[in-house]
Write a protein that binds this ligand. Structure first.
Ligand code: ASP
Ligand code: MG
Length: 419
């Protein structure tokens, strides 16, 4: 069996859905499970809605209306007005109405997952209905009954044994009857609450299904020709890799290459399932294949850019040296507040870390650090990671930039810069 993942960009408009159906039809006769993300930028919009709801902001209803309008505009182009999808979509969005008519009381991350998950619940309803309409027999699956997680909201930890048992109980039977369409990014807790697996987590969902079902391969369909050495939005003259090893792909995603979610590769590597990254608009093109014996040809270095970074410098209130005791206290606070460290460095009097800026989590962390430490920070920075670099490529990249922090190892350079 095969697992396909279609990201938000692939299902951002009516044309995308038409193309999705065409891609799927090329694989007629194969057993196929399709993982779909929220349409276009819906997850960002739902994040905004969650914030607006929790903070009692005025534009809450406008944000929600826009999200609905965007989806209705797409289905109006694809279905006749009497089609049941209109009710299905309305019934899915109404879950948000139920949440926001009450005062926000629960934990922010919990509310976030209950609202943001609607993006995938709606997109998969639409994809499923559209496939059926075009004659592809497909079955809508609520992933929350199959991918079981703990209750770490926004970062659900997958309970693999339970997940594998549930998946293997039902999915092989469903696949015999037609295509299975399900939500990326979501999971369910033992109390039947919705969790999410971390932003851009749909790739990980595809990998979970593939590894539990022993798929032949996973294909993620993207709006790029395959895995490139750098993001073409920021760098020119990029090159595509035909092949990569699992290990190199893991390293790339670890440093922030956004082409694949970082948790995706390991389960596939363990189960020896290749991952194909293919262009959605040219389904015949080979794309990139990631596999155990993938040959890494670094004609150009890999450049990974992470924007919106923050450099946080922590020192003891009494100006004492940064000790192991301090560090263990600091790390415990990072872990507790789910703040991930992208790069770190210690000096005698301070411990410096580079972070993604997640406002809510950062505020809490700062507050808690403030009890025993002094903390200073710098915003609007970028973290550049260069793998398999040469001195020429390093010079080209750093010319004219202010470097605030730098770490160099044999294969990898990391730089925090002000652009
Ligand atoms: N829709 C989710 C997000 O945008 C998950 C995904 O796209 O993979 O983060
Ligand atoms: Mg997305």
């Amino acid at each position: 069996m095969l697992v396909f993942k279609f990201g938000g960009a692939s299902v951002k408009d009516a044309n995308g859905l038409v193309n999705l159906a065409n891609v799927v039809k090329r694989y007629e006769g194969s057993q196929l499970l399709i993982v779909v993300s929220a349409m276009g930028k819906t997850t960002n919009a739902l994040e905004k809605l969650t914030k607006a709801y929790v903070n009692h902001e005025d534009d809450r209803d406008v944000i929600f209306e826009d999200i609905k309008k965007y989806h209705y505009a797409i289905i109006e182009q694809l279905f006749e007005p009497s089609h049941s999808i209109f009710d299905e979509v309305a019934n899915t969005f109404v879950e948000i109405d139920w949440i926001i008519e009450d005062e926000p009381q629960d934990d922010y991350n919990f509310i976030y997952d209950q609202i943001v998950s609607i993006g995938e619940l709606v997109s998969t309803r639409i994809v499923n209905a559209y496939l059926n309409k075009t004659g592809v027999k497909s079955h809508w699956l609520d992933v929350r009954g199959y991918i079981h997680t703990d209750n770490t909201y926004r970062e659900g930890v997958v309970q693999w044994d339970k997940t594998s048992t549930s998946i293997n109980q039902d999915i092989p039977g469903f696949l015999q009857k037609g295509i299975v369409v399900t939500q990326g990014f979501l999971g369910g807790t033992s109390e039947n609450f919705t969790t999410t697996l971390g932003r851009e987590g749909s790739d990980y969902t595809a990998s979970i299904f593939a590894s539990c079902l022993g798929a032949e391969s996973v294909t993620t369909w993207k709006d790029v020709p395959g895995i490139l050495n750098a993001d073409p939005k920021f760098f020119s003259d990029t090159i595509k890799f035909d092949e990569l090893s699992y290990t190199e792909a893991i390293e790339m995603t670890y440093y922030g290459a956004s082409v694949i979610h970082p948790k995706t590769i390991k389960p596939l590597q363990n189960a020896k399932i290749p991952l194909l990254v293919k262009p959605f608009s040219h389904p015949d093109a080979p794309g990139t294949i990631i596999k155990e014996d993938g040959v890494n040809l670094f004609v150009k270095p890999i450049i990974i850019l992470k924007q919106n970074q923050l450099l946080l410098s922590i020192s003891a209130k009494d100006y004492s040296f940064i000790s192991e005791n301090h560090l263990s206290e600091i790390f415990a606070l990072f872990a507790k507040n789910q703040v991930k460290i992208n790069m770190m460095q210690t000096s005698a009097l301070s411990f410096t870390v580079c972070l993604d800026l997640y406002e809510e989590r950062f505020k809490k962390l700062l507050h808690e650090l403030g009890q025993n430490f002094k903390a200073k920070y710098n915003e609007n920075l970028s973290l550049i990671t260069l793998r398999h670099y040469s001195s020429a490529s390093l010079k080209e990249l750093t010319d004219g930039k202010t470097i605030l922090l730098e770490q160099i190892s044999r294969n990898t350079v990391q730089l925090v810069v002000k652009m």
